[in-house]
Design a protein around this ligand. Structure first.
Ligand SMILES: *Cc1c(COP(=O)(O)O)cnc(C)c1O
Length: 352
């Protein structure tokens, strides 16, 4: 795939302090257009700028939007690498298929990501725990209001140098189990990484925040009986020595961190099972001292220990509000691979 490059004439000063997350953007962005019948065309890397869109564009009215999130890591020898980018490409195509958006050949999407990172590699920060967060996204762009299948779309990649997720060390978070709103149902869009899922989750997230919680833990949309995932992370726990995580049921986002952790645990011989986990089982484990560890996992945090769960008016403390042994081991192992401090035994790393 040929990518046309238009270099910015006004490079920005590279901010190195107080990066935060998703606030600072690099000098360029990748853009590509889709038209039914013609396919994807005009791959280009252009100066970062606002988009100009028709007010009737599909995305504004019918929510046809999907995205991905991955990081570029700077390793000790100064070079830059990605973690399992092909998994993001495949998931993006699965999300596109669900939302009626066009798919893109895997090798094209992957080379768009790699080429774009190559152009922006000086923006990959050098600090401990810092990375260049990449945000590929796609949206429907037909310029009329009729409800119809999508004939025009755009695919973009933007990048944001981001600070360490754990500036104050890894502290266990407080999570509220949501028993009113649901995030997704089987047959819906739960397994797709689409903006609409986030829009539907905002109300519960706001409620949780007001009550002093970091995020909500969702229950299944049908029986409100089985746990699914938290805000933007999958969940795992160690109950009575067994590591368990909700099975992918169609309403849960298939996290790449989740998948990597399962592969890692299995390779180390840990008992790990993907199955339905009912809220009753969780409460029983909490009340009877069987809940040893509980953590969220996703690209942004890698793993995030949960120290407190709130459900129906009751607060439960996990592992004395401290990070557990398995949680810490997973964090160390994954980040060592991502930042090139450990051997890449699984073939997860793509060098730029
Ligand atoms: C992106 C995301 C995750 C985590 O996926 P990773 O590939 O591990 O980053 C989990 N849940 C939701 C809802 C997400 O959007």
């Amino acid at each position: 795939m040929e990518i046309k490059f238009t270099k910015t004439t006004a490079p920005k000063e590279k901010q190195t302090k107080n990066l935060g997350f998703g606030k600072v953007f690099t000098d360029h962005m990748f853009v590509m257009d889709y038209e039914r019948g013609k396919g994807w065309s005009n791959a280009r890397i252009v100066p970062f700028e606002n988009l100009s869109l028709h007010p009737a564009a599909t995305v504004f009215h019918y929510g046809a939007e999907i995205f991905e999130g991955l990081k570029a890591y700077r390793i000790a020898d100064g070079s830059v690498q990605l973690f399992r980018p092909i998994e993001n490409v495949r998931r993006m195509n699965n999300s596109a298929e669900r939302l009626g958006l066009p798919q893109m050949p895997e090798e094209d999407m992957l080379s768009a990501i790699l080429e774009f990172v190559k152009v922006e590699q000086d923006w990959v920060p050098h600090g401990e725990g810092e990375s260049l967060y990449l945000r590929p996204f796609m949206f429907g762009n037909d310029e009329h209001l009729g409800v119809h299948s999508i004939n025009n779309a755009k695919f973009l990649i933007i990048a944001s140098p981001s600070g360490s997720y754990y500036q104050e060390g890894i502290n266990p978070v407080k999570i509220m189990i949501e028993d009113q709103d649901v995030r997704a149902v089987r047959g819906g869009t739960g397994y797709a990484k689409c903006g609409g899922n986030y829009a539907a989750a905002t109300r519960a997230g706001e409620k949780a925040e007001k009550l002093g919680f970091t995020q909500v833990l969702w229950l299944d949309g049908v029986e409100r009986k089985y746990i699914e995932e938290v805000g933007a992370m999958n969940v795992m726990m160690k109950i009575n020595g067994e590591i368990v995580t909700p099975m992918l049921s169609g309403s849960i986002l298939p996290g790449i961190t989740r998948k990597s952790i399962i592969e890692l645990l299995k390779s180390k011989g840990y008992p790990v099972s993907e199955r339905k986990i009912s809220i009753d089982e969780i409460i029983d484990a909490l009340e009877n001292g069987k809940m040893e560890e509980f953590w969220g996992c996703g690209t942004a945090a890698v793993v995030s220990p949960v120290g407190e769960l709130y459900y129906e008016g009751k607060t439960y403390i996990i592992n004395d509000n401290k990070i557990g042994e398995t949680t810490q081991m997973l964090y160390d192992t994954l980040t060592d691979i991502q930042w090139g401090r450990a051997e890449d035994k699984f073939g997860w790393i793509t060098k730029i």
